[in-house]
Design a binder for this molecule. Structure first.
Ligand SMILES: [Zn+2]
Ligand SMILES: [Zn+2]
Ligand SMILES: [Zn+2]
Ligand SMILES: [Zn+2]
Ligand SMILES: [Zn+2]
Ligand SMILES: [Zn+2]
Length: 244
């Protein structure tokens, strides 16, 4: 009866990338191969002609300025990896709100604001369906809040506890014993098997080692022969006495 595996430290944290502005910082970030987005401004044609000529807003026909090649001096542009946008066009692919100075999350070719990303991709607890921001647990490959992962019977939290499952439902050790374990014929308490409890089975009856004693002289029958007498078990000596 092995306890189930419960994985800690669910990898559910969001990766937020904040844009960085400022020449020195950008150079440093590029040197360190950091993921950054760079906000800059179109300068008059003569000073940055080549760069301006290369510009094409990544929104293309959907460009909010109506012209993906607009390089009006003073307009701001955003660069992220190999793509460029007008500042206004650099917006969340779901809610279309310009990212502005907020954080964003890139995923595949799309840009998300933090709220929309969470809504769409964040890990949700299988029990309460709310987002797990940190410290969830995984059970049977499904994510749970630590506080939502509880014993099916008594509702105490099982995170970090020893538990056993039955029909894919988790139970604390106490409840499992009470509900499902074999019961000792003598003392009627559960035989949990947790912690390596030893027990004796004979036909369809079970006893704790300590409870497996002769009904008459009360000596232990563990490792000895025994005789059944109706519902009792008795040692060979007592059996002999009885026959005489
Ligand atoms: Zn644009
Ligand atoms: Zn959004
Ligand atoms: Zn939950
Ligand atoms: Zn319980
Ligand atoms: Zn017992
Ligand atoms: Zn006896």
């Amino acid at each position: 009866m092995a306890a189930d595996y419960l994985a800690n430290d669910l990898n559910s944290r969001l990766r937020l990338t904040t844009k960085t502005v400022g020449g020195e910082r950008i150079r440093k970030a590029k040197d360190n191969n950091e993921e950054i987005a760079v906000l800059s401004m179109f300068l008059p044609m003569q000073s940055r002609q080549e760069e301006n000529n290369q510009f094409r807003c990544a929104l293309g026909y959907a460009c909010k300025l109506g012209n993906a090649r607009d390089v009006t001096p003073g307009t701001k542009k955003m660069e992220y990896k190999t793509r460029q946008w007008h500042e206004k066009c650099f917006c969340c692919c779901v809610c279309k709100t310009p990212i502005g100075t907020k954080s964003f999350i890139p995923r595949e070719q799309e840009i998300y604001c933090a709220g929309c990303y969470e809504e769409k991709y964040a890990t949700r607890c299988i029990k309460c369906n709310k987002i797990i921001t940190s410290g969830g647990v995984t059970y049977k490959n499904e994510p749970w809040h630590r506080e939502c992962f509880t014993c099916t019977h008594c509702s105490t939290s099982l995170a970090g506890q020893r538990f056993t499952s039955r029909d894919d439902k988790p139970y604390c050790a106490d409840c499992f014993g009470e509900l499902f374990a074999k019961r000792c014929t003598a003392c009627v308490k559960p035989i949990t098997g947790i912690g390596g409890t030893r027990f004796i089975s004979f036909e369809d009856r079970h006893w704790h080692n300590d409870c497996f004693i002769c009904a008459l002289c009360k000596t232990s029958l563990v490792g000895r022969g025994f005789i059944t007498d109706a519902t009792d078990i008795i040692c060979p000596e007592c059996a002999k006495q009885k026959l005489i």
